[in-house]
Design a binder for this molecule. Structure first.
Ligand code: HEM
Length: 171
C-alpha cells in the first residue's frame, strides 16, 4: 500500500515531517511531493542531511562539556532552573531521583522532554551559546562550496556553517 493511502486510511493526518510533505502534495502546490518516490527521496534527504551532522555535533558538544567542568556546571544550573520554571508553569512537580535510581532518572528525563517547547527552548541561552561554540570549533559541515557552471553571473552567498562566499549558478 502506498504511503499516502496508508496515511488516509489511518484517519487523521499527523503533523510529523512526512505527513506535512504528504499534505503539501495533496494541496497541489506540491513542489513535486505528490508521489511515493518523491516522498521517499525527500525523507532520505532529511535523514542523510540530519543524521551525521547532528550526531557529530552532539559528540563534540559532550566531549567539550566533559572536558570543561565549569561549563558543565553552568549548563546543569541553567537546565535545573529551566526545569523548575517550566514544571511550575505546567503545574507538575520535579521528580526526585538519586544518583543510582535509573528508573526515576528515566522518568525525570521523560518529563523534562515533555516540558520542552519551541518557545521555551529560547530561554536556554547558555546551552545555545555552548552548542554554537561547538559548531564554531568543530563545524559538522565546515565548508559549503557551490560553483557556477558559467562565469557570467557571480552571486556572493553567506554560508552558515563557516562564513564564506561562494559562486552559484545563475537562475
Ligand atoms: C548540526 C546540525 C546541522 C548542520 C551543521 C547542518 C548544516 C547544513 C548546511 C551547511 C547546509 C547547506 C546550506 C546551504 O547550501 O547553504 C544544510 C542543508 C540542509 N540541511 Fe542541514 N545541518 C544540520 C542538521 C540538519 C538536520 C537535523 C536536518 C533535517 C532534519 C537537516 C536538513 C538539511 C536539508 C534538507 C538541507 C538542504 C537544504 C536545501 O536544499 O537548501 N540538517 N545543512
Amino acid at each position: 500500500m502506498c504511503v499516502t493511502c496508508e496515511g488516509k486510511l489511518n484517519g487523521q493526518m499527523k503533523h510529523d515531517i512526512l505527513s506535512r510533505f504528504i499534505e503539501l502534495g495533496e494541496a497541489g502546490d506540491d513542489g513535486g511531493f505528490g508521489d511515493d518516490k518523491s516522498l521517499r527521496d525527500v525523507v532520505l534527504n532529511f535523514v542523510i542531511a540530519g543524521r551525521d551532522t547532528t550526531a557529530t555535533t552532539l559528540s563534540w558538544f559532550t566531549h567539550m562539556a566533559m572536558s570543561h567542568p565549569d561549563v558543565a556546571e553552568k549548563l546543569r544550573r541553567e537546565l535545573c532552573a529551566f526545569e523548575a520554571e517550566r514544571a511550575r508553569e505546567e503545574g507538575v512537580a520535579v521528580p526526585c531521583c538519586g544518583p543510582d535510581d535509573d528508573k526515576a532518572f528515566a522518568a525525570r528525563v521523560a518529563q523534562f522532554a515533555g516540558l520542552l517547547t519551541y518557545d521555551s527552548l529560547g530561554k536556554l541561552v547558555y546551552l545555545h551559546a555552548c552548542v554554537t561554540e561547538t559548531l564554531r570549533l568543530y563545524p559538522a559541515v565546515p565548508q559549503v562550496s557551490a560553483h557556477a557552471r558559467t562565469h557570467d553571473h557571480r552571486t556572493p552567498v553567506r554560508c552558515n556553517a563557516m562564513q564564506c562566499d561562494a559562486d552559484v549558478a545563475a537562475g
